[in-house]
Ligand binder design. Structure first.
Ligand code: 1DF
Ligand code: MN
Length: 357
């Protein structure tokens, strides 16, 4: 069998379908966060990955950057108009990467709160069209845990967004685990979304133009998820659930090798940091994770991931506005899948994971 890459034709409006389309990795930016970013860039000494990412989008005259900046700040007419044109019934919105994770601790804690209030208000304006994820500041794990509680109990949000590493630090470090305890206690899945690469990783990718969504994002976010798994987080918090975009950052494709080599590493006692786990790495992927297809409108990859994860753990995402490609919706509608599996992919898995209905 030949696995063809899809051809994207001229966009045409998606057809009416017997399921709702719920997009689950949709980005927004509070205007005052962008104002603060602007000040950080003017000051000069910012993280180079952050500068290469948001510094680009906020200053480039290119059509792509201008379009993205216009879309990012809107949670009303423009966004709903774009959703209508793409046939997206509901968007689960999260603060765009890196959110508050580049800020100093106190600023990040207060910015996360106001961003969540602002997003909750937009969801109240458009309750049938929007849902939100809770932004937190990992810089202050205790405050982050409280914000998860507030987001779930007061703001009606049922998932948390974390934009990968926080200033080069990974959630595999036990100092962050109050965040996992709160997410588990409130049954709020954590969407582990990409961030710009940390300084030690960046040059090898950036010099080839591969640091961003094309490749670097997936490598770094996949690494982050694996660090969480191998640190034993899911043995300590067995009910904790996480979500990965971009086809699980390719981890399902790695699963066999991860299991084999993890066991070999444990047995040979090669690293002090690699301790035995209760289960295989692939078991945590299948039992504690959900995966979205953000960025990948490719039937073969989606079917493989469904076969690996189970059809109830793979969800639709558009990654608006970074990949606003209306024709991808048509490709996904046309996948050779039973209607019930399409409904799970586009609608009912997201309703269950984000408690939407
Ligand atoms: C890009 C892609 C930027 C994704 C994003 O947030 C993002 C990009 C700043 O193309 O630069 O979320 N993405 O998830 O693929
Ligand atoms: Mn994204």
């Amino acid at each position: 069998m030949e696995l063809k890459m899809p051809d994207l034709g001229q966009p045409h409006a998606p057809q009416k379908v017997p399921y709702l389309r719920i997009a689950t990795e949709e980005a927004w930016a509070p205007r005052d966060m962008l104002d603060l970013y602007r000040k950080l860039f003017e000051r000069g000494d910012v993280d180079p990955g952050f500068h290469g990412l948001m510094g680009f989008y906020m200053s480039s005259p290119s059509e792509r950057a201008q379009h993205i900046m216009r879309c990012l700040v809107d949670l009303d007419e423009l966004r709903l108009q774009h959703m209508d044109a793409a046939g997206v019934d509901k968007a689960v919105v999260a603060i765009t990467s890196p959110g508050v994770q580049v800020m100093d601790r106190a600023t990040a804690v207060s910015f996360a709160r106001t961003a969540n209030d602002e997003l909750a208000e937009a969801v109240r304006r458009h309750p049938t069209r929007l849902a939100g994820m809770i932004a937190i500041a990992p810089q202050d794990p205790v405050a982050a845990a409280k914000e998860i509680e507030r987001g779930v109990t007061r703001l009606g949000m049922n998932a948390v967004i974390i934009n990968s590493h926080t200033q080069g630090e990974y959630l595999s470090d036990a100092k962050f685990w109050d965040i996992f305890a709160a997410a588990e206690a409130h049954d709020a899945p954590i969407y582990l979304h990409p961030n710009a690469l940390p300084p030690g990783m960046l040059p090898y990718f950036q010099e080839a133009g591969l640091d961003g969504a094309i490749y670097g994002f997936g490598v770094e976010t996949g690494l982050h998820a694996l660090r969480i798994i191998t640190a034993g987080v899911f043995d300590r918090f067995p009910k904790l659930r996480m979500i990965l975009g971009h086809m699980g950052e390719a981890l399902p494709f790695w699963a066999y090798r991860l299991d084999y080599m993890h066991q070999a590493t444990v047995r040979s006692k090669r690293y002090e940091s690699v301790k035995p786990l209760a289960k295989r790495p692939s078991d945590y992927l299948r039992e504690n994770f959900y995966i979205t297809n953000s960025g990948v409108a490719w039937e073969h990859a989606i079917k493989f991931t469904q076969a690996f994860m189970g059809v109830d753990r793979v969800m639709y995402a558009m990654d608006y506005p970074y990949q606003y490609a209306v024709d991808e919706v048509n490709l996904l509608d046309a996948m050779d899948l039973p209607l019930e599996h399409k409904r799970q992919f586009f609608q009912s898995n997201a309703e269950a994971v984000f408690k939407l209905a």
